[in-house]
Write a protein that binds this ligand. Structure first.
Ligand code: UGA
Length: 434
């Protein structure tokens, strides 16, 4: 099938490449010329395991191309809208200008029987509004098909998601939309992926409520970490124990520096803003979820200041800048926030991330970036592990200690065996752990 994908950021680039991988003929459209040039050459403009391979395969096969020209969407049957919905400046609501521009830009190129498919995360009510617009201006229809991919697993999550959700209009339009989406996803559906067909509002809400639930789960365990810190309990053992209850489950119960990234923080805020608009108090608890999450960053900064005593001029090694491992994304990264706060307090921050140095340097040019753990810890008065990259798990405390000026470490992501590090003379502190 001929498919267009509008917006080639994280979501769109992965989606376009994966649709070509499924055998479709795909054109990806983006306004950013340099991004389009990279993608057209079969190169991923950001770090995502597995993406370079599917991109290169798609481009080489001739089934995948990229352009800045919206007119090239003409002739495609299904048009995915995968542009960003950032937080509006000065408010917590989602900024829909890119979604509106993408749909508006598509309108002149739509033909009777085409299907516009929203993938962006939007406030409930958006699909109904855009559906009316699309139907009134062309013979096309609109569906909302939220995306649940995780960075670091984006290709696998797109090709074999936990579930497909199709938000469709009532009547024949809904049947046509469902049939077209079934054709697009025929491969994964044949492999048994579940698919749920709902109305627009439900599909929009599935996405934001899933992210709100995940954020709540993380903040729940981080709230328990605060209690554990005050009482000498161990939050990791607590998580293991409650996680054995299948109704609770152990996943997403890792206490630490909390959630960041381009989705969870902005999505819970936009969801609250939408509930406020609807005059509902239902999501007031998400303000606490947000507050617990942000407190963890402050706690780590305070702990670092306490351990350092004299912060001005002290060399501090920051290990990890990405908001999570296997990513070079530093959007709302807790690690980068902590690094910047220590720098502002007067420390000389030397940072190392296996993938995110370059993206971090764009937004935090004041930090010093180095290419290895060894360089970061050389002569440091304190080391902080802020992202749980696998390579940090295997650090040898004796070798690290010999390089540092003082044996002090904060493990904000529960990757180090603190008892072992203490055996090697470290003052070693974790979160929610005695
Ligand atoms: C999240 C959702 O998990 C995806 O399902 C969703 O599609 C995506 O947002 C989106 O809306 O686009 P992602 O932002 O890639 O995916 O990251 P997650 O894996 O959810 O992690 C988010 C943050 O939570 C990270 O900073 C991570 O370190 C933190 N986290 C995660 C914890 O602090 N503890 C945990 O137990 C799990």
């Amino acid at each position: 099938m001929r498919i267009s994908v509008i917006g080639c950021g994280y979501l769109g680039a992965v989606h376009a490449a994966c649709m070509a991988e499924l055998g479709h003929d795909v054109v990806g459209v983006d306004v950013d010329e340099s991004k389009v040039a990279e993608l057209a050459a079969g190169r991923a403009p950001f770090f995502e395991p597995g993406l370079p391979e599917v991109l290169a395969r798609g481009v080489a096969s001739g089934r995948l191309r990229f352009t800045t020209d919206m007119a090239e969407t003409a002739g495609a049957r299904v048009h995915f809208v995968a542009v960003g919905t950032p937080q509006t400046a000065g408010s917590h609501a989602a900024d829909l200008r890119y979604v509106d521009a993408a749909v508006g830009g598509l309108l002149p190129h739509l033909s009777d029987g085409d299907l516009v498919v929203g993938k962006s995360t939007v406030p409930v009510g958006t699909a109904a509004r855009l559906g009316d617009l699309v139907r009134a201006s062309s013979g096309a229809d609109l569906a909302w098909n939220p995306e649940f991919l995780r960075e670091g697993f984006a290709v696998a999550d797109t090709l074999s998601p936990d579930r497909f959700v199709y938000g469709v209009p009532g009547g024949e339009g809904g049947e046509r939309a469902t049939a077209l989406l079934d054709e697009v996803y025929a491969g994964p559906l044949a492999a048994g992926m579940p698919r749920l067909v709902t109305d627009y509002a439900t599909a929009e809400l599935v996405k934001v409520s899933a992210n709100a639930f995940l954020a709540t789960k993380i903040s729940f365990i981080n709230a328990m970490a605060e209690i554990a810190e005050a009482t000498g309990a161990d939050v990791t053992q607590l998580a293991d124990a409650i996680g054995h209850d299948a109704r609770i489950g152990r996943r997403f119960l890792n206490a630490g520096l909390g959630f960041g990234g381009g989705c969870l923080p902005k999505d819970i805020r936009a969801f609250q803003a939408r509930a406020d608009e609807l005059g509902l108090e239902s999501l007031a608890f998400l303000a606490d979820v947000d507050a617990v999450n942000m407190r963890r960053r402050r706690y780590v900064v305070d702990l670092a200041l306490e351990m350092l005593g004299e912060v001005v001029g002290a060399k501090v090694a920051v290990l990890g800048l990405a908001f999570k491992p296997d990513s070079d994304d530093v959007r709302d990264s807790p690690a980068l926030d902590v690094a910047r706060a220590l720098q502002e307090a007067g420390a000389h921050v030397v940072a190392y991330d296996p993938e995110a140095n370059a993206t971090a340097a764009l937004v935090a040019p004041g930090l010093e970036y180095v290419d290895s753990v060894d360089e970061a810890i050389q002569g440091a008065a304190l080391a902080l592990v802020l992202t749980e990259w696998r390579q940090f798990r295997g650090l040898d405390p004796e070798a690290v200690g010999r390089s540092m000026a003082h044996r002090r470490v904060i493990d904000a992501r529960t990757v180090l065996d603190l008892a072992l590090w203490r055996d090697h003379g470290f003052e070693a502190r974790g979160l929610g752990r005695p």
